[in-house]
Ligand binder design. Structure first.
Ligand code: BG6
Length: 469
């Protein structure tokens, strides 16, 4: 650290936290909601219990009152496309509009800024049946959905996020079922889907600015600095490869409206270039983000992959680095400790990532996810001693402050998650929240909300604008 004097967090900093619709709301088949791919997904536990999640749909007032008690300045949540337009296209569901109007108004009542993700993994199942993102018609469906959102909520929502973790959806697309099993060229299909998502995002950003010139909109990928496993030049090349394929492909397009050259040449080599229709590049260039939102859990480490040798997967990074022969090979980082779920913990990597993104794009940044998944337990006295979570967040915020001192324009921190919810990969006993939800994997119990130790700690931190960590 070379700073003797730290710059403070800005006075109007968005202290808050995040959730996503399918992970927190429940009410998956109520009030006219259509089915999403997440509702249809295979989950390890009883399907109905899983879908109740934290039942925020029926408890949003109580939950928001708790967010207000913590002093949140912002709350990042997602809107379920299928609540608004049950089939993805066509009829609008008034009950869905009503729910989000109520939610947004409740936030505004407490002066909590709504930061809205338009789409967080839960594509309408009706669109999936027609080919999902592989079908170009989904681009128009998304653009139309975004218009409905702006029309209904744009008078109050000033911060929009387009697509959550598009890069993770593509990099893990085969596992997530984004490509059909009988595809002749699954990788090309994936990057065709990616191209369509990029078009959809650009259209939404353009439309947002046309309809609400004062609103702000940005992408929300998962970005992490990529370390080379050693100072060997070929490891540096491998880290540049993975950086381009994992990170810059998505942000270069969102910000500059062009394909990253390393990622493009990689796709060319793999015979996986997307088909680009006439006018696409103009559409892509016309979408301009006002800021970059990103999720950060850990860094990634890679080394050179020798042609002829199988490039294995590394388990250090949250979103496992899938090795690619001759391009990069995932490596674990011996300098980092891991969570009980095996994810590497790298607060300094957080600062490195903030620097990398800001230096490259010079746009204001907001962190829309960062956090620690753990098996929290209620003690006999009814408290939840998640001091490990406090430690994790504190260390990351110390690094965020260093990044601010480095000159990075960071305007908000919304860790994952505001309240316990169902984890994407590991069910609901992997908890992230400041607020405990009293349920177990197979037993819904009373879903009572209980303040964890981290709740009180975060409340104090916000009250002192980050001075008392
Ligand atoms: C991010 C997602 O990838 O990671 C969230 O945006 C997800 O939806 C979070 O929950 C943590 O992952 P997990 O598998 O521990 O829930």
């Amino acid at each position: 650290m070379f700073h003797k004097n730290l710059k403070p967090f800005p006075n109007d900093f968005f202290w808050g936290a995040s959730t996503s619709a399918y992970q927190v709301e429940g009410a998956w088949n109520e009030d006219g909601k259509g089915l999403s791919v997440m509702d249809m997904g295979k989950h390890p536990e009883d399907v109905t219990d899983f879908k109740v999640t934290s039942d925020h749909y029926h408890n949003y007032k109580e939950d928001i009152a708790l967010f207000a008690e913590m002093g949140f300045k912002a709350y990042r949540f997602s809107i379920a496309w299928t609540r608004i337009i049950p089939n993805g296209t066509g009829e609008i569901n008034p009950k869905g509009i009503e729910f989000y109007n109520n939610l947004i108004n409740e936030l505004i009542k407490y002066k909590i800024e709504p930061i809205v993700t338009m789409y967080h993994f839960d594509l309408p199942y009706e669109l999936q049946k027609k080919g999902g993102w592989g079908n170009r018609e989904t681009v128009e469906a998304f653009a139309n959905y975004s218009k409905v959102l702006f029309e209904n909520f744009g008078d109050r929502v000033k911060y929009w996020l387009t697509i959550n973790e598009q890069n993770m959806m593509i990099l893990h697309g085969s596992a997530l079922g984004l490509v059909s099993n009988d595809s002749a060229n699954p990788m090309k299909d994936l990057y065709q889907s990616n191209h369509h998502m990029l078009l959809a995002q650009a259209k939404a950003m353009k439309l947002c600015h046309e309809m609400f010139p004062n609103a702000k909109i940005g992408p929300a990928p998962n970005i992490s600095t990529v370390y080379p496993a050693s100072s060997k030049p070929e490891d540096i090349t491998a880290s540049q490869n993975w950086n381009a394929i994992r990170n810059w492909l998505y942000l270069d397009m969102a910000v500059y409206g062009r394909y990253n050259n390393i990622a493009w040449s990689y796709l060319e080599e793999k015979n996986a270039l997307p088909d680009i229709s006439e006018g696409d590049m103009e559409i892509l260039a016309s979408g301009k983000p006002d800021f970059i939102a990103f999720n950060y859990y850990s860094t990634a480490t890679v080394e050179a992959s020798i042609i002829g040798e199988k490039a294995g997967n590394s388990v250090g990074d949250q979103q496992i680095v899938i090795g690619d022969e001759g391009v990069y090979k995932g490596a674990s980082n011996p300098n980092l400790q891991k969570t009980e779920f095996g994810w590497e913990i790298d607060p300094i990597g957080f600062r490195n990532t903030l620097r990398d993104i800001y230096e490259r794009y010079a746009l204001p940044l907001i962190v829309t996810e960062n956090g620690l998944g753990a098996f929290d337990k209620i003690e006999e006295d009814g408290t939840i001693k998640d001091d490990y979570r406090i430690d994790f967040i504190r260390k990351h915020l110390e690094q965020a402050q260093l990044a601010i001192t480095d000159g990075v324009k960071l305007f908000g921190y919304c860790p994952w998650s505001a309240i316990d919810l169902v984890s994407t990969h590991q069910g609901c006993s992997k908890r992230y929240g400041f607020i405990y939800v009293n349920r177990e994997e197979f037993d819904l119990k009373d879903l009572k909300r209980i303040r964890k130790n981290s709740f009180f700690w975060y409340k104090k931190l916000i009250a002192t604008n980050g001075n008392e960590m």
